[in-house]
Design a binder for this molecule. Sequence first.
Ligand SMILES: [Zn+2]
Length: 318
Amino acid sequence: MTAWYAAVDLGASNVKAVIGDSDGTVVSRAGRRTPHGPDGDAVVDAMVAATQEALSDADVTAEEIVRCGVGSIGPLDKAAGELGRSANLGPNVDRVPLADPLADLLDADVTVVNDANAGVIGERFYADRSPDDMAYLTISSGIGAGVAVDGRVLSGWDGNAAEVGHFTVDAGGLTCGCGADGHWEAYCSGTNIPQHARYVHETEDVPTGLPLDEIDAKDVFAADDEDPLAGRVIERVQAYNAAGVADLVHAYAPLVVYVGGAVARNNPEQVVEPVRERLPELVMTNVPEVRLTTLGDEAVVRGALAAAITASDSSRRR
Ligand SMILES: [Zn+2]
């Protein structure tokens, strides 16, 4: 009899659900846009509906699910299995219960991890060769990392260890979404590249043909070769990305850094390759391999699936 597992990725834009077997083979997928209001119940409904659809497409019943994994945006309350108030879900969404609604639906235990930790769990599970010391870095609407050190994925008491997006790369510089100044994410995340462009336009007086009040990160990457301001911003993004990864390397000593997230996946030559090139100059310890994620846009949901599979293995061993 096949042991089936369910997994959910709750992202700022999309909810994804998959059903897979104990080898991590995904047999069905379903998704929804992530509702930004009116309240947390709408988000729960979307997760439950996507999971039900994935079950039904797989022809698997809720009773056949051994365990469920959830990879979610933060901030998490691990003990409660909840997502706390997230700036990414709009002003009216307070707390979102993650574990309880899925446990009720599936009558199974639910493992909740933050999205970047899901990434590193997935890369370790699916890789041909998975070192005990490695990191998964996501460069998306935000920047975050999941890190394995000595074979253990660092979680921290509240599940928010390795918040590398809030490494200070420019003391006193641009204000981050968290309210503090000079954080990596304030310069290089998809959400913040437009404010970075406006900042460079004001402080360095670089000319531009871009409509600075209306651009998104995609426009800046696309104009890299033609527009002087875009070129300058991408150059600075590359420098800050390299600095951020160097800090990550000095903190956690990974042998491999996998890079995922939409900003990295959509622009690997402008985001991943320059980090690889610059790292040797910046790092005083071992220089890790830097690779684009092997799991594409499913790094988090497949990581959540791997988290469910490995959690049930370890509970069986006990
Ligand atoms: Zn910050």
